[in-house]
Design a protein around this ligand. Sequence first.
Ligand code: ZN
Length: 483
Amino acid sequence: MCPHQNGDSPVDPSQMVPVNGSPNGASSTPTNGVNGQASSNGAQSTQNQRRNPYAPRASDFLSNVSNFKIIEKGEQFANAFFDTKTKIAIAKALDAFGVEYIELTSPAASEQSRRDCEAICKLGLKAKILTHIRCHMDDARIAVETGVDGVDVVIGTSSFLREFSHGKDMTYITKTAIEVIQYVKSKGIEVRFSSEDSFRSDLVDLLSIYQTVDKIGVNRVGIADTVGCANPRQVYDLVRTLRSVVHCDIEIHLHNDTGMAIANAYTALEAGATHIDTSILGIGERVGITPLGGLVACLYAANPEYVKSKYNLPMLREIENLVAEAVEVNIPFMNPITGYCAFTHKAGIHAKAILNNPSTYEILKPEDFGLTRYVSIGHRLTGWNAVKSRVEQLGLTLTDDEDDRTGQDQGTPRTVRTQSMDDVDSLLRVYHSGIQSGELAVGQKEALDRLLRKHRLESEGKSCDSRETSASRGESPERVTAA
Ligand SMILES: [Zn+2]
């Protein structure tokens, strides 16, 4: 629990964490503010980067936190039965977002998955299309015929899987792996070899088969935490060890059974992994794998400019909505970036600091994701301090009594009201001009509502009737459309 949650702690500017700005957050240019602009000056970006306490450290010489590729997958979810049309829509959206690879269900699984694979390969997307197959020549022959850019081969190497699943020993696994890899390579496309349940496999067996496939020219080797048992330290150790024995790229696939998937993915990059498997909203077997959105949030905190240059971040919410609808789930309220509460501030001292400089309590800039920051101004925890502070920033003059009533007049006092920053500002401006012109006096809620309606109609035109209705109900328009 955040120790400042009650909003009763002092705000010491020297303790504010600058994200892209000056050390004390008192930069002359806005840093993470509503009107904040990212610097286009290279030298300044480098300087800002150095100041970001979450940036990769120089001592992590193997780290790929600022040099990685994302492989998007995700049909192994209990509710995921995508038809061709849905698969194509999701693939196009992912391509527009900018993921480097899209992995599809094995064409050997069904006639439909084979046809879908061919259809998506024909779309001519920028993202490379992969398919995931068992380490078997029959599957490999079907896969290479679909027109994919690469084939991901997997086989279980843990004693559990060797004994209870496919029943093969390491000699057989190695021989088959060589045969399949050489065949796929002969077709001129990428090939990845992954073990399954890697963290419960014998380390000597693992390193030996990875070295073998590396020598015959596999493009990537994959590590898979199939049961979601690994912790970040174990991930670091295994990837780092593997990095020292193979020359090819290293991919990692992490299940989220203990909630470690994002942390483990980040650690894998630090240890030298190059490719991370993700899925939208983390959907996958059981509780799924590393979610794309959460991983992007984590990597953005380390290097915002790199992540912004690679991916079309404002598309994230659209893709998540698309997939959430297709698999009939809701986006969790605490989802990084797109969760209902991701950019909502409530406690009084937080709200005041956020209005002054959003970097005080935000590591992610909502505007970089095409989203809006919300401040709950009608709540008793917000207090008139925050409102007064914003009134001053806007250059308005109101007495303390008038300031104090602004939020309360806008709704029933003591109820939670969430407003976007723009809504807060227009409320304050309308209130101010109403008081100044004499059309409004303190405590006249109906008069204020009337002035606000008039203001919105004037500024938005009558085409925004639906927004008007939601605004007069006290709901944020963006929240209504996002619901
Ligand atoms: Zn998996």
